[in-house]
Write a protein that binds this ligand. Structure first.
Ligand SMILES: [Zn+2]
Length: 292
């Protein structure tokens, strides 16, 4: 019969042997071409060693993160921080608007945050699962007797957003046309980050596609003579990525998508009406993507 001392000794030596084994595996695992991720390293190592051979890596694979989605919070910084950390909505990052501008990471990038809701782009849906969400503190707009007034974004805040987007898109090799606003992926429900958000600065930083002004000017006169029909706009918008009905009618849903497109690329006028400049911008953008 074992006494207490020998029992605890044999238990100890067993654990020591196991931990030696595990640390040995860990070294091997870190050399494997595809890293196995798990919240519990001991479990992933044990599985690798006993049953799963990860030495062959498939050629067909890509990052799970495909999109970056930008939002404004429509509430102030302390409230944004509270809501996004304690309520049923969240984002991976929150970019503040107070000086100096602070950036919070509220959700690790390998986990899903709840920022996109019902959403669609280029046939992908439920974009929470495949995106990094960035909320930007900005009050959005207020309605006054003179009309709707939008709040500007401080330049220091935009600089941080650009820095963050550049970093994330480089790490996941995100396609420029997949860096989007909430209004792009949910145009029927959402209008953020709104017309004051300077998308052009992201384009100038090489992060998103932008319709070349000279090419737009070249294409526009023909469209002024003959404006394409609604079906044409619906097809081009869908080709670009928007979820848009193909009805041939200028219905509410189509106008909402036109508003989203115009707000982003021509914030001076976003009435949701088809016009020659919008047609020329769409055409130019699509041609530039095709040329790649
Ligand atoms: Zn949003």
């Amino acid at each position: 019969m074992m006494n207490k001392t020998s029992l605890s000794f044999s238990l100890y030596s067993g654990i020591a042997a196991l931990s030696l084994l595990i640390s040995g595996c860990a070294t091997n695992a870190s050399r494997a071409p595809v890293e196995t991720r798990s919240d519990n390293p001991a479990i992933s190592v044990a599985v690798n060693e006993k049953a799963i051979d990860s030495s062959i890596s498939a050629k067909s694979q890509e990052e799970r993160v495909q999109f970056i989605i930008l939002h404004y919070t429509a509430i102030d910084q302390p409230t944004s921080l509270r809501v996004l950390s304690q309520k049923e909505v969240s984002a991976h990052y929150l970019v503040g608007d107070e000086d100096p501008v602070k950036v919070w990471q509220l959700v690790p990038e390998n986990r899903m945050s709840y920022h996109a809701g019902l959403s669609e782009w280029k046939g992908y849906s439920r974009l929470n699962a495949s995106s990094i969400g960035i909320e930007i503190v900005n009050l959005g707009f207020k309605d006054t007797p003179e009309g709707r007034v939008y709040f500007p974004f401080p330049q220091a805040q935009i600089d941080r957003v650009i820095q963050l987007v550049r970093d994330i898109s480089a790490r996941y090799q995100i396609r420029p046309e997949y860096i989007l606003g909430h209004s792009d992926i949910a145009p029927q429900r959402k209008s953020d980050p709104g017309p004051m958000f300077p998308w052009k600065q992201l384009a100038d930083a090489g992060l998103i596609p932008w319709p070349n002004a000279d090419e737009v000017a070249l294409r526009q006169p023909a469209y002024e003579v003959q404006l394409p029909d609604v079906k044409w706009f619906q097809q081009k918008l869908a080709q670009y990525g928007y979820g848009v009905p193909q009805t041939g009618m200028l219905d509410e849903a189509t106008r909402s998508v036109l508003v989203a497109f115009q707000t982003k690329y021509r914030p001076a006028k976003f009435d949701g009406m088809p016009d020659a400049e919008t047609a020329a911008m769409l055409d130019t953008l699509l041609a530039s993507l095709k040329a790649k």
